[in-house]
Design a protein around this ligand. Structure first.
Ligand code: FAD
Length: 287
């Protein structure tokens, strides 16, 4: 792709609704850079953009500020919101803040506290949070839950993890977004099992573009997403050759998205890592 000027992406060419995920920048430079990244990504006409929320409320200000900027840019924004360590009262107050800002979409999560913090708080699971949001705010929010094609690392069993998703949908989640994965069969199996368990809500695959092997391996170790051996060994063999990593990553992720689209995925949610090029390159190829 020519440097710095990604071609316009036509919504119909991709063939599926898409959404983008950002994290709240930590520095003023990061805020400025993310604004430019968003403008580039908006060419792909996302259905919405979401902003992550640090567990324990650590990014509350940055998350809400970024969500506010996206709304002011005329794009639908979803705030992630995690309940670990939270009380009903703080959640009630912050839901009020989000409503006052005009936010109508949430990605509602349990979250993970750094080790040593313990659980604390008045919510144990994301399903408790989702039920609370519904009881407090009715149908105001469209709520997305998280789900895990390769099973959440703390789940007692795959079946228990499926039941956790059932509980989130019964509590009021409208749809769910998956953890990223590189094995399309794991996604299709989750969808089949969810349908058999009575879940009709859409299950949207989360897509992680590959731009750096060290970053990908670090994240995957932390969240329990598997990097298949054939991908891992090639990434390791490329060493510091960033161009080859990106080119290989583009092939892998585009093929994955094609399989998901052809297999009936209802939408694609991109973990952009606050970068535009890798995501736009995939969308361009999909067109
Ligand atoms: P839960 O659904 O509560 O599940 C947590 C664990 O408990 C699972 O192992 C589940 O199987 C188990 N469980 C659930 N209910 C029960 C029950 N009734 N009995 C027994 N076991 C149960 N983290 C952040 O901190 N900020 C973010 O912005 C963020 N965004 C994310 C976005 C997406 C799309 C995804 C997939 C993940 C995101 N995460 C984020 C990570 C997420 O917070 C972690 O994966 C967390 O460990 C689990 O969150 P959850 O909402 O799936 O929790």
């Amino acid at each position: 792709m020519p440097c710095g000027r990604p071609p316009a992406i036509k919504e119909k060419a991709v063939g599926l609704p898409i959404s983008f995920e950002f994290f709240p920048p930590k520095t003023p430079e990061g805020v400025v850079k993310l604004r430019a990244v968003r403008q580039q990504l908006y060419r792909a006409r996302p259905e919405f953009c979401s902003v992550t929320y640090g567990a324990g409320g650590s990014t509350h200000t940055g998350t809400f500020a970024t969500v506010g900027e996206i709304l002011a840019e005329g794009v639908a924004a979803a705030s992630h919101y995690s309940c670990i360590g939270a009380t009903r009262e703080t959640v009630r107050v912050q839901l009020g803040e989000l409503k006052a800002m005009g936010v109508t979409r949430l990605v509602a999560l349990r979250g993970d506290l750094p080790s040593g913090y313990g659980m604390g708080g008045e919510f144990q699971y994301a399903s408790d949070l989702i039920g609370f949001i519904r009881s407090e705010t009715g149908d105001h929010f469209h709520i997305e839950a998280a789900c895990y094609p390769e099973v959440h690392p703390q789940a007692r069993s795959p079946e228990a993890d499926l039941q956790a998703l059932v509980a989130k949908v019964r509590a009021g989640a409208n749809s769910s977004i998956t953890q990223y994965f590189f094995n399309a069969d794991a996604y299709f199996r989750l969808v089949d099992e969810a349908r058999r368990a009575g879940i009709e809500a859409p299950i949207v695959p989360g897509i992680m573009p590959i731009t750096s092997s060290t970053q990908l391996m670090r994240f995957s170790d932390a969240c329990g997403a598997e990097i298949p051996r054939w991908i891992r060994s090639r990434l390791l063999a490329y060493g510091d050759d960033v161009a080859s990593i990106r080119s290989f990553g583009l092939d892998v992720v585009t093929d994955l998205c094609r399989r998901l689209r052809d297999g009936g995925a209802p939408a694609l949610h991109f973990y952009t890592m606050n970068q535009s090029q890798a995501t736009l390159a995939v969308l361009d190829r999909l067109g």
